[in-house]
Design a protein around this ligand. Structure first.
Ligand code: PLP
Length: 950
């Protein structure tokens, strides 16, 4: 034992937890690149002209323990009362078995969107269960696998109704009994699309011949339960569509939207086991009649077969999606709410229809009990018949009752100046009812009254639901635990291997960052509690916003957008409002490079802008001359340009400042798509480069896990002149309308990004950026002799990602980019981003979190794949029957006859694959064409499982 003291800090999160390569590994990597230091590499890579002047700094980074202490103190500033506010958000009990095994389990929360079906069968099955449950509850034919929240789903439904309605009308009717935030988001969406919105009572004010569609709330925000059958027939007679925003728990007891003739149903699945989280994240659902399935926004899981004819799940009808249809897309939805949809679907599996019905009945009985007590006190309850929500006329007593209720630990809903709304939920206890009675001046005990029913006559549900065997397991927790484990074992997530998806930044989601999101002080707050009960959230949001301003070089932030694409949409709306505020209502042209992410043109179209595409030059940069020519041509009407920086081709283009100048010179504003901020943080700031607004994908750069396809957060940062036009909200005010249901989008996942910033410090974040660039350049260097690296800056460097060209294999060996992607599954990897932004290529983004050994394992796999292709080129193996064409291989390939010209060993254990810890894809290659021709988007009947097993 020596006596020297080490200066190694075991708690230095920035250097030794979050950042993958060790200092010694970095030295080796830099040596391969032929540079002396990390800073020398960065100087070569990031143009001096854009480097930020001051280093990023906000004091000493915290250790994990310090950060958790800070989070604890912040959480304690929130006051956790029982909220019976309703208005779309309800207390719910997350079954602990789901909290621990889904929400807190990296096998579920670190997975990517299931674009590669062979490594996503587990979450695809969970989402198919979700869709099946939604179809059953709503009585409609086909459901998608989640949207962002109820209000945006309602706005999507409006836009969809306008697309499919055979009427030529532009007026949309909205039930005044819709939740205020739903009405707000619909209004925001309608205005730039040129649609007008009429809000009123559907029973008296709706003129079917005036509208292309109408939406009603069921039950209404104040509790009414109406039968809309006649209203919907009247709409149909005029070629207008009928939309219902329905509470899924109420549907367990009440006549379905389908039975009333609705074309579309939307709603929130929050109360199926997903905590309120001060507004999100939660999954919204949408279900439609079969005739409208191709016009539906969002992703749909479908059933297909694999190359052995076995059942396999996949995303269906993907050609409707924004990344393919661009400005003609059905919507801009990319990241949705998969993790939350999985939770809700597991809640359904856990409780089954019997449990769901029992929960709905208990909720209703408690509501009826509460009403009986209030009536005894002389209050009039509206409506007479209800499910869980009632409104009480209280006149001047409103303030007193609300205050006494708060003193008794209960929040009620303030409606106008003389009414109070109360919504009962799964968590409501008899003691809570007693507290409410006390607030109204009554001293009752819950067992003073008989349990009763007040559901409307003739509206009771008679049809079965959730009849599929998956919702009828034996209900032992062992069975539930094993079901969830089985599904997660079928999937490849970050807890098993790197996921080198270009543009998606699949970095470490550190455990310490994840812990606070399930603390009740963050998880159980209703979004509309009085502000003095949410001071912890306020402190967190204010500090994170300030840090994001410093990082981006902007002046103000809106946390409202709950995905990157919503950020784009919100950012473009602020630009639009700015122009309109100056009287420039004609400015509606948006320049977008052809290489842009598909959400860019889809969002621009939603914001009422006309997309003018700009070419890319030979080297992948934006073609400056084309850009200038288009800007000049449209100078009078130029609203904005959207650029991604560093570009989607993975290089820092030196011309970016020039592009910004051109747009400004012609009166336009610059929108910067911040998806690639992982290459900029601490090195360069969008605000300094010349942008006016950008969004940040907190679920990419700032460590929120991808959740298998959501949740996300896409806050926007703006220069001061745009700040007055940031999204407002009916609850919190502001000039502009809301873009999301909740004022701060999905705030319960913000502790993740905040603790990341606290533990990294400014210097740590900067180091992360540098190492992300190092890792990408290391991979590019190791692969460049086998595959051309498509775009490099003049000095041969790439940014934080690189595109490799696999088209050479297509020409020489008939090997497609798909074959390479599927063979990577055999090697134990998720494929990089495929065929975007250039068809036939792979875009690799390793992030800073991957150690050298993992980068090497990936490079070894890619090099071995190149050699397998060489065997085809040289005629040593058949062009159609080889490990690449037959990939991925499954355990089925280990047994039975084997007549292939390569060994089972080569098939199943190529370089990269682990021996003992081998990841086995559960299915062979999935047939996409079959799935779209034979569209099945709910759980197949049990007999079908039988057949598949035989
Ligand atoms: C991920 C991404 C988006 C969209 O973000 P979502 O959160 O999925 O909506 C937009 N642009 C680029 C370049 C992206 O990589």
């Amino acid at each position: 034992m020596g006596t020297e003291f080490t200066d190694y800090d075991p708690y230095d999160f920035a250097n030794r937890r979050h950042i993958g390569p060790s200092p010694a590994e970095m030295d080796d990597m830099l040596a391969l690149l032929g540079v002396d230091s990390l800073d020398a590499l960065i100087d070569q890579t990031v143009p001096a002209s854009i480097r930020q002047a001051e280093p990023l700094d906000w004091g000493t980074p915290m250790t994990e323990r310090q950060a958790l202490d800070a989070l604890r103190e912040t959480a304690d500033l929130n006051v956790k009362l029982v909220s019976l506010i309703g208005q779309g958000y309800y207390g719910t009990i997350t079954p602990p078995v789901i909290q621990r095994n889904i929400l807190e389990n990296p096998a579920w929360y670190t997975a990517y969107t299931p674009y590669q079906p062979e490594i996503s069968q587990g979450r695809l099955e969970a989402l198919l269960n979700f869709q099946t449950m939604i179809c059953d509850l709503t009585g409609l034919d086909i459901a998608s696998s989640s949207l962002l929240d109820e209000a945006t789903a309602a706005a999507e439904a409006m836009a969809m109704a306008h697309r499919v309605s055979k009427s030529k009308r532009d007026v949309f009717f909205v039930d005044a009994d819709c939740h205020p935030q739903t009405i707000g988001v619909i209004r925001t969406r309608a205005e730039p699309l040129g649609l007008s919105v009429v809000v009123g009572d559907p029973m008296t004010d709706l003129v079917a011949s005036d509208v292309f569609g109408a939406i009603v709330q069921y039950p209404g925000t104040y509790g009414h339960v109406h039968d809309f059958t006649a209203t919907f027939s009247a709409l149909h007679a005029e070629n207008a569509l009928a939309i219902v925003a329905a509470d899924p728990l109420a549907l367990a007891l009440l006549k379905t939207p389908g039975d009333m003739g609705a074309d579309i149903a939307v709603g929130s699945m929050q109360r199926f086991g997903v905590p309120m989280g001060y507004g999100g994240p939660h999954a919204a659902y949408m279900a439609v009649k079969d005739a409208h399935k191709r016009a539906m926004p969002g992703r749909i899981v479908g059933v297909s077969v694999d190359s052995r004819g076995n059942r396999a799940y996949r995303l269906a009808l993907q050609t409707r999606e924004q990344h393919i249809r661009r400005e003609k897309a059905t919507s801009n939805i990319c990241t949705a709410q998969v993790l939350l949809a999985v939770m809700a679907s597991m809640y359904g599996v856990f409780h089954g229809p019997t449990g769901i019905k029992a929960i709905a009945q208990r909720v209703h009985q408690r509501a009826a009990l509460l009403a009986t007590g209030l009536e005894k006190l002389g209050y009039t309850i509206e409506p007479d018949a209800f499910f869980d929500t009632m409104t009480v006329e209280v006149g001047r007593l409103q303030r007193v009752i609300l205050d006494v209720a708060v003193a008794g630990g209960v929040n009620l809903r303030k409606i106008g100046d003389d009414r109070i709304g109360i919504s009962i939920d799964e968590r409501t206890r008899p003691g809570n009812l007693e507290a409410v009675w006390r607030a109204f001046g009554g001293d009752f005990a819950a067992d003073d009254f008989e349990m009763g029913y007040r559901l409307p006559d003739g509206m009771l549900r008679t049809s079965d639901y959730m009849t599929h065997p998956v919702f009828h397991m034996n209900r032992a927790e062992s069975e539930m635990t094993r079901y969830m484990r089985r599904l997660s074992d079928r999937d490849l997530a970050l807890d098993r291997s790197m996921i080198p998806l270009g543009s998606c930044t699949m970095k470490l989601n550190a455990t310490a960052e994840m812990l606070p999101i399930t603390w009740p002080e963050f998880a159980e707050l209703h979004p509309f509690v009085p502000q003095d009960q949410a001071l912890g959230y306020k402190a967190l949001i204010d500090d994170l916003s300030a840090k994001l301003c410093v990082i981006t070089g902007f002046d103000a932030v809106s946390m409202q957008p709950n995905s990157g694409a919503q950020g784009e949409y919100a950012g473009l709306l602020t630009i639009r409002a700015y122009h309109h505020g100056r009287g420039d209502t004609h400015r509606d042209i948006c320049l977008i490079p052809t290489s842009a992410h598909g959400t860019n043109p889809a969002s621009a179209q939603m914001a009422g802008m006309k997309v003018v595409p700009v070419r890319s030059a030979e080297n992948g940069d934006i073609d400056v001359e084309d850009f200038r020519a288009k800007a000049e041509k449209h100078a009078d009407n130029l609203a904005a340009c959207m650029i991604t920086y560093p570009s989607t081709h993975g290089v820092f283009e030196a011309s970016v400042a020039e592009l910004c100048d051109i747009v400004h010179a012609h009166g336009g504003q610059v929108y910067l798509d911040g998806a690639n901020m992982n290459a900029l943080v601490g090195l360069a700031r969008p605000g300094d480069i010349g942008a006016d607004v950008c969004h940040l994908n907190l679920h990419k750069t700032f460590c929120i896990p991808h959740g298998g396809g959501g949740p996300g957060m896409g806050p926007i940062a703006v220069k001061s002149h745009l700040a007055p036009h940031l999204p407002g909200h009916p609850q919190t005010g502001g000039e502009a309308g809301p873009v999301s249901a909740a004022p701060f989008g999905s705030p319960s996942i913000l502790p993740i990004s905040w603790s990341y910033c606290l533990m990294m410090g400014g210097a740590g974040l900067t180091q992360a950026t540098k190492v992300a660039i190092l890792n990408a350049n290391y991979i590019a260097r190791r692969l460049q002799d086998a595959y051309p690296v498509l775009y490099k800056a003049k000095n041969g460097r790439v940014a934080h990602e690189c595109i490799i060209d696999t088209r050479i294999l297509q020409d020489s060996a008939g090997v497609t980019v798909d074959d390479v992607a599927k063979r990577l599954v055999d090697c134990g990897f998720h494929a990089p981003t495929m065929s975007w932004p250039v068809s036939g290529t792979l875009m690799i983004e390793p992030t800073e979190s991957e150690p050298k050994a993992e980068l090497d394992r990936f490079c070894d796999a890619m090099l071995a794949i190149r050699e397998e292709a060489r065997a085809i080129e040289e005629g040593r193996i058949d062009r159609d029957n080889n490990p690449l064409k037959n990939a991925p291989h499954t355990v089925e390939d280990l047994v039975g006859d084997w007549d292939r010209p390569y060994s089972r060993e080569q098939a199943c254990f190529p370089p990269g694959a682990f021996r003992v810890d081998k990841y086995w894809a559960p299915v062979n290659r999935v047939d996409n064409v079959y799935g779209d021709r034979n569209l099945v988007c709910s759980c197949p009947p049990m007999e079908a499982y039988q057949e598949a097993a035989e």
